[in-house]
Write a protein that binds this ligand. Sequence first.
Ligand code: HEC
Length: 154
Amino acid sequence: MLIAVGLMGCGGPAPTPGVSGARVYAESCSVCHGADGEGTADAVPPLARHLPRLAQDPDGRAYLVRVLLWGVVGPVDVEGQAYDGVMAPFDHRSDAELAAVLNHVLTAWGNDRRLAAGHRPVTAAEVAVARREPLSGRQMRERRPRGPAERGAD
Ligand code: HEC
């Protein structure tokens, strides 16, 4: 599974060598969030444009790492649109795979241009720390940052 190194060689130095975030995205995420990160109307929130905003919240980075591990359940407001769905946990994926896919969605579709100056790529070590504290999707909903994530484009 992990031998697909070098197929997608462009895009600068990877913080998780040997793992392609784009590949993990295509395998596990695009069915819902779409190849273009635009989500599915009324059912699945977009990741394009939205994630850099979420990442800028003081609690956003911790939330993003954990939402990939443990999912999230319950009503969320994304860029002014309400969703009430289920994001499944992906804790069966390795730390390196989750870091890679998170770095992919934070930088794909022009999101890289919206990240705060000084944004650092997510590391597998950050995922490993978060993995030590299993959370339910409901607990993740309670931890979801308010503010920039829900305010939408001002
Ligand atoms: C089965 C469909 C499905 C798949 C597969 C899926 N997601 Fe999600 N995702 C959702 C839904 C639905 C939500 C919103 C959950 C809610 O309403 O509480 C969500 C929420 C999110 C959020 C949080 C957004 C926010 O503002 O809180 C992120 C980040 C995310 N998904 C990334 C991913 C990534 C990366 C993958 C692949 C590893 C993935 N998702 C796979 C359906 C999916």
